[in-house]
Design a protein around this ligand. Structure first.
Ligand SMILES: [Zn+2]
Length: 143
């Protein structure tokens, strides 16, 4: 199970002003979607609209996410980050065309078994993780 944060190029384009963003002084806990760590109080975050889909079609959502204004290392690996363990999450399984096939809400500490169940379906190509309450995109999961 591979946990995929937003591409570094996306974060770089936001930080350099190539794409529009709003600067936000963190209260603490705002989730960076590049390093998958939460902001410390007082840190500057950039808030912008992001579409996590490489597919077209009706499920292609765009929504608000944060990245650190400072350079940060893109999350790599398959261990579930604390940022996700601390939250109520929505996991949505999509087919190769980006159509949603299944969706469930889960306590982040129990995310792994749900992700594995969704990815065990032959017709699920990828899973998107979102914060369940605000609905903002967190990361993608692939086998
Ligand atoms: Zn970051």
């Amino acid at each position: 199970m591979q946990i995929i944060a937003i591409p570094t190029e996306v974060a770089r384009n936001i930080r350099t002003g190539l794409a529009p963003a709003v600067a936000w002084v963190a209260e603490g806990g705002e989730p960076c979607r590049h390093c998958l760590e939460d902001a410390a109080p007082g840190e500057t975050m950039l808030l912008f609209s992001y579409c996590p889909f490489q597919t077209d079609g009706p499920y292609r959502e765009v929504g608000p996410i944060y990245v650190h204004a400072r350079p940060c290392a893109r999350f790599e690996g398959d261990a579930i980050p604390d940022q996700l363990r601390r939250r109520l999450l929505a996991l949505r399984g999509y087919d190769v065309n980006g159509d949603m096939l299944d969706a469930e809400i889960v306590d982040g500490r129990q995310m792994a078994p749900l992700a594995e169940r969704l990815l065990s379906r032959d017709d699920v190509a990828f899973v998107h993780v979102r914060n369940a309450r605000p609905g903002c995109f967190a990361c993608e999961i692939r086998r």
